[in-house]
Write a protein that binds this ligand. Structure first.
Ligand code: 6PG
Length: 263
């Protein structure tokens, strides 16, 4: 089955199933039948964004998320279909969030990205910028990452540093990155990364803040499975942290499978 492209909320293509409660999701929705097709759509989107960025300013900066959803995508990017079609030499890899654990801990988002993607493609390790969340002082570690973002990425005036792409997941409670409901990180507007607090282990985190996420040139959510439908509907209603992802002058795309889109 093809991927359906649901443009903005009023521009639904004729053959697209109704996504009902998601019609108020900001941005573009790309609904695919299966999780594999979602991963392929996201790989294609990332490759296009990377081509554009490399052609425009000679580099491509992408912030990766953790969780289980990116596993299929990472395998696809490192696989025979995509690996040879991407110029990895211009990639600079950042992270949307990180758990407070050593980088070789299976719970680490860096560990996950390294095992499933970074060790399998020719990205210069010196251009992979992990969040040092193993540090005792997470506030200092977050401040250090803020500084890294500010000094390695372009920014307009005093606005947040601009990543070319931020790839996000969506938790069942509507969190994204490590911006969890009811936590102080949601209100941080003067720093580009801050400490986060999750409601599952590892509780302590470092996360990008909303100013950084909303300064990106392109933000893509990758959401699969019927269990995420209610979180998507809550996002569309404006009820959860993910609702606050609204790129200031960038694009927002939701890559969904039919199960997540239809519930
Ligand atoms: C993390 C992620 C987190 C994740 C969502 C969705 O560190 O856990 O960055 O924000 O993207 O929780 O996770 P799944 O892909 O496992 O559903």
């Amino acid at each position: 089955m093809p991927s359906w492209r649901v443009t903005d909320a009023r521009g639904i293509a004729p053959d697209v199933m109704s996504t009902g409660s998601l019609d108020d999701l900001a941005g573009e929705r790309v609904v695919s039948e299966t999780a594999e097709e979602v991963a392929d759509a996201v790989a294609s989107w990332i490759a296009a964004q990377a081509r554009r960025a490399c052609g425009d300013h000679g580099s491509f900066s992408i912030a990766l998320s953790g969780g289980s959803t990116p596993r299929l995508l990472n395998a696809m990017l490192a696989g025979p279909e995509w690996r040879g079609r991407i110029d990895w030499t211009c990639w600079n890899v950042y992270f949307a969030d990180e758990r407070a654990c050593p980088p070789d801990d299976p719970a680490s988002n860096y560990h996950f990205a390294r095992a499933t993607l970074l060790s399998r493609v020719p990205i210069d390790p010196g251009r992979v910028h992990r969040m040092p969340a193993e540090r005792e002082d997470l506030d200092a570690a977050a401040a250090e990452y803020s500084h890294l973002l500010a000094t390695s990425l372009a920014a307009e005036g005093d606005r947040a540093p601009r990543l070319d792409v931020i790839l996000l997941g969506l938790g069942e409670n509507g969190h994204t990155a490590s911006l969890f409901p009811g936590t102080p990180a949601l209100e941080v507007t003067d720093r580009w990364a801050t400490r986060g607090l999750a409601d599952y282990e590892p509780f302590d985190r470092i996360t990008l803040t909303f100013p950084t996420i909303n300064a990106a040139a392109a933000v893509g959510f990758m959401v699969t499975g019927a269990a995420k439908h209610e979180a998507l509907a809550a996002t569309a209603r404006g009820d959860v942290p993910a609702s606050r992802v609204r790129p200031t002058d960038g694009t927002l795309a939701w890559f969904l499978d039919a199960a997540a889109a239809a519930g």
